[in-house]
Design a protein around this ligand. Structure first.
Ligand SMILES: Cc1cc2nc3c(=O)[nH]c(=O)nc-3n(C[C@H](O)[C@H](O)[C@H](O)COP(=O)(O)OP(=O)(O)OC[C@H]3O[C@@H](n4cnc5c(N)ncnc54)[C@H](O)[C@@H]3O)c2cc1C
Length: 373
């Protein structure tokens, strides 16, 4: 039995790949499926374009570049993982500048690899930008944005009977090998794969393992509840920096529409108190989408850590990370988009000859909700 600890996108995608290969596995989740970083994310399957705004195709941009087509295959039922049931927020993302073209964009379009991935479009083609007061430039990037609750539900249906609720409290060590887990519901023997996001750090702490180490890169996401809905927006406002100034996603929750705001605002917001960030977010919305005259009813801040393998200077790792030591596999995808790449790296490391065991009689794990609402 392969025991996958953590029911976020990395554990769920991996379990689906194993199921497709008839490899027995179960997923152990302490709270609810997707409830960690996955349902907190903006669901954007990007192929690295936003890492290349300065025109340089970095390692990150080139390695992640294969992911959108991998997801598109799954979404159309052509991959090993069948995600036909998943709904899209949009099949593309928008990039826009509010003023004239920036130096970054000029560099960006100088790069042939990038030019092939996106096209400039007429603002009249997009309801949110079709306005006389929008004076900037608008581009379309053919990379999807997922409706995350439907993504997690699809995995929950696909892996029915293999998903369990329990908190893993310890790893079982025998003869210096990891041979199972202890949980709040009981213990289980098998080959352990840690895809527990931030929870992996605590599970590794008692072990005598020098590497890998985990790093946290915090984000302070601002969430604006609107009085009246605006046309949906999923994309990135470009400024003069090499990262998007603001990444916007719009979500309907109950009767209300929310703007969920990432990008540089959320990176810089980590150093700010909630009140300062809320006011800054409201100004940022006014600048990014002012022609829509968004009426903000209330704004709050949602703070969350991105959990990743540690890098020398605490920068974003370039790719999905997987390592194996003492029979234990440890994995962080770094991005939602990189979950397929993580599974590709894990599968060749699996022990083929571990004994098959029956599933535990523990409660089933259920699908989580958006944690930022
Ligand atoms: C605000 C934000 C926006 C983002 N936007 C994007 C985006 O648009 N596109 C993109 O590609 N990436 C994005 N990311 C990154 C992406 O969300 C993460 O890389 C990805 O979701 C990580 O998935 P995971 O399965 O490794 O971790 P998680 O989703 O965190 O899952 C880990 C799971 O393990 C469980 N767990 C932890 N400890 C234990 C334990 N002891 N026992 C049992 N279970 C345990 C947790 O409850 C959790 O459900 C974003 C991240 C953040 C924070």
């Amino acid at each position: 039995m392969k025991i996958i600890v953590g029911g976020g996108i990395s554990g769920l995608w991996l379990a689906a790949e194993l199921k497709a290969r008839n490899i027995p596995c179960c997923v152990i989740e302490k709270s609810a499926l997707g409830q960690g970083q996955t349902l907190a994310s903006q669901g954007m399957i990007h192929g690295g374009t936003k890492y290349a705004l300065d025109g340089l195709l970095t390692k990150a941009a080139s390695e992640i570049g294969a992911m959108p087509s991998r997801w598109k295959n799954a979404l159309s039922g052509q991959g090993t993982v069948d995600l036909r049931q998943v709904q899209l927020e949009r099949s593309d993302q928008l990039l826009w500048s509010v003023e004239s073209i920036t130096a970054n964009l000029l560099g960006f379009f100088a790069s042939k690899a990038m030019r092939s991935r996106m096209e400039r479009i007429n603002p009249t083609e997009e309801a949110a930008f079709d306005h006389p007061n929008f004076h900037g430039h608008l581009y379309r990037l053919t990379e999807p944005v997922l409706k995350l609750d439907t993504l997690i539900q699809a995995f929950s249906d696909m892996l029915d009977g293999q998903l369990f609720t329990a908190e893993v409290t310890n790893l079982i060590v025998e003869n210096q090998m990891i041979t199972g887990i202890e949980t709040t519901a009981g213990s289980l023997k098998g080959d352990v794969i840690l895809t527990a996001g931030e929870g992996t750090e605590g599970l590794l702490a008692p072990l005598d393992i020098e590497r890998p180490r985990m790093q946290r890169r915090p984000l302070a996401m601002a969430v604006c509840q609107l009085k009246e809905p605006i046309p949906p927006v999923f994309g990135h406002q470009l400024g003069t920096g090499s990262k998007p100034k603001l990444t916007v996603s719009t979500h309907r929750v109950g009767e209300s529409q929310f703007l969920y705001l990432g990008g540089q605002l959320a990176e810089d917001g980590v150093e700010q108190d909630d009140l300062t960030l809320c006011r800054q977010a409201e100004r940022a919305v006014e600048e990014a989408l002012g022609w829509l005259e968004p009426q903000i009813q209330s704004t709050h801040v949602f703070r969350i850590n991105r959990a990743e393998p540690s890098t020398r200077e605490g920068h974003r790792p370039d790719t999905a990370f997987v390592s194996k030591a003492h029979r234990l596999i440890i994995a962080w995808p770094t991005k939602l988009a990189l979950a397929p790449a993580l599974a590709d790296q894990v599968i060749p490391l699996l022990d083929q000859n571990s004994a098959t065991m029956s599933f535990p009689a523990w409660p089933s794990a259920h699908v989580g909700g958006y944690p930022w609402v």
